[in-house]
Structure formats: structure tokens, C-alpha cells
Design a protein around this ligand. Structure first.
Ligand code: FE2
Length: 280
């Protein structure tokens, strides 16, 4: 097996989103599409338990993408233009395929025990042929996400397969792997990733050796090509989200919460929003 080297280390930048939510952003949608099929990765963890009311993400549209919300602490209450409403709690994942259009509201809530909100939102692109498809949700309760332990690694498999265990999120165009990985000190984690797929790791706690190179949190790692990811720990453990997927290799035109393939498709989206035909 050929271990993928680190190609880039990205330091997350603070960003204000929604109605003023402070978050750490590692990647954002750009026409260069370097992380194809991934578009954005946000880490919301900066709500001081002592600060005032939490600002969230009031009603906003999406088209042409999938948004993936994964909570470690606290929760997100959501509702949308299709009539869905619910709570994404700690350990749950919501994989939302916007297709041609959805309007939704996402409001973070503190953990009742710790007062903390800690979670991630990943945006995954859709291929041109799926961008105007039906909106779809996969709401996955924490209890149905399998957890596998091997060699000091505890892995929650959200999507894709690790050590023969398949995650509950399926039928996604990007053929994604999405794992929540915790490594004890003095442990080892190996995961095959098909050559040609994009692979990223968001290291949010501790430190570890990724492909032999020491990386300390908080960093997003972009891996070069190869067919496996290898991580080892020494005195300290590490926690990271590992994501990989098949690039679509199509041009993209990102505009706020929309990611389409042409400028005309973005213009059409804005016309539909203005004349009230965005939601069909
Ligand atoms: Fe959203």
C-alpha cells in the first residue's frame, strides 16, 4: 500500500456567518475547486457559555450542494421549506441534499451539561446532472452510527466503510468516506482511500503523526495521492474528522449558499429567488 503524503496544511480562519456566528473555516467554495468534491468545512465551537443569546443561521436558501451537519456537543434545531423540523443532537448527523432548492433555518443550542456547542458543517458538491434534482434528507440518529475500535482507534463510521463496517449514509454522488476518528496515545490508524479521490483530515484535538509528519490541532490536512491514510500517536492522543470523495472534475461557480456550474445558472437562481419561484 502507498501511504498518501501531506500536500497542504491549512490553518482555519475565523469567519462570521449567519446572524453573526463565529466559526473556524478551513475551506470555502472557490472556482478553483481544489478540494473537489468538497466545498466548505466549518467548525462551530466558539460560543462562550457566558456570552449572550446564540445567534444562528436564520432562513436561507441552498441549491446545487449537500450540507452535512455533525454535532459533538450541543445541538442544532432546524426547519425547512419542505415542512421538515427537528433537532440534530450530539452524535447525530444530518446529510441534506439541497438539489434544486431548499430554504432552511439552523439554530445551534448549547449542551445542557457543558453549555458548549461543538460541531462541524461540511459542504459536498453535486454533479451537474444532480444539481436540479429533488431535495433529500438523511437524518441519522447517534445510536445508528456504528463505532468500531481497533489498535487504540475508535472510529464512528458516518459514510463509507472502515474495517468492514459501513456507515448509514448512502447513495451520495461523491462516494464519500466520512469518519470521526479518536486515537488513544501510542496507537495506530490505517484507512484505505481509493487513488484519485480527494482526502482531507480536520484535526481538532491533540496531535498525531500523519504520514509520519507531526500535526497539532487545529489544522486541516490535505493529502496527496496514494491509496491509504496512516496516523500514529505517541504520548498524546488525537481526534480528527477524515473525509474523502471522488472528484467530479466539473467547473463550478459558487455564489454564497449556491454552487452551480455556470454563471447563467447562478443568475437564473437569483431571478427565481426574486420572483418567488425558487421553491417549486
Ligand atoms: Fe444552510
Amino acid at each position: 500500500m502507498n501511504t498518501r503524503p501531506i500536500s497542504h496544511l491549512i490553518e482555519p480562519q475565523y469567519a462570521l456567518e449567519g446572524a453573526g456566528v463565529l466559526l473556524r473555516r478551513s475551506i470555502a467554495p472557490l472556482a478553483s475547486n481544489e478540494f473537489d468534491p468538497f466545498l466548505l468545512f466549518d467548525h462551530f465551537a466558539f460560543n462562550d457559555p457566558l456570552e449572550g443569546p446564540i445567534r444562528g443561521f436564520p432562513m436561507h436558501p441552498h441549491r446545487g450542494i449537500e450540507t452535512v451537519t455533525y454535532m459533538l456537543e450541543g445541538s442544532v434545531s432546524h426547519r425547512d421549506s419542505l415542512g421538515n423540523a427537528g433537532l440534530i443532537s450530539a452524535g447525530d448527523v444530518q446529510w441534506m441534499t439541497s438539489g434544486r432548492g431548499i430554504l432552511h433555518e439552523e439554530m445551534p443550542r448549547r449542551s445542557e451539561q457543558s453549555g458548549v456547542i461543538y460541531g462541524f458543517q461540511l459542504w459536498v458538491n453535486l454533479p451537474a446532472a444532480q444539481k436540479m434534482g429533488q431535495p433529500r434528507y438523511q437524518e441519522v440518529n447517534a445510536s445508528t452510527i456504528p463505532s468500531v475500535t481497533k489498535d487504540g482507534a475508535t472510529v464512528r463510521v458516518v459514510a463509507g466503510t472502515w474495517e468492514g463496517t459501513r456507515g448509514p449514509v448512502t447513495e451520495i454522488s461523491a462516494s464519500p468516506l466520512y469518519l470521526d476518528v479518536r486515537l488513544d496515545p501510542a496507537s495506530r490508524f490505517v484507512c484505505p482511500v481509493p487513488s484519485g479521490h480527494t482526502a482531507l483530515a480536520y484535526v481538532f484535538e491533540g496531535r498525531g503523526k500523519f504520514s509520519g509528519a507531526e500535526v497539532e490541532s487545529v489544522r486541516m490536512i490535505e493529502f496527496g495521492d496514494g491509496d491509504q491514510i496512516e496516523v500514529q500517536t505517541e504520548a498524546e492522543g488525537v481526534q480528527f474528522m477524515l473525509m474523502a470523495g471522488k472528484p467530479f472534475k466539473e467547473p463550478i461557480v459558487p455564489y454564497g449558499p449556491f454552487v452551480m456550474n455556470t454563471v447563467e445558472e447562478i443568475q437564473q437562481t437569483l431571478i427565481e429567488l426574486r420572483n418567488g419561484t425558487f421553491i417549486k
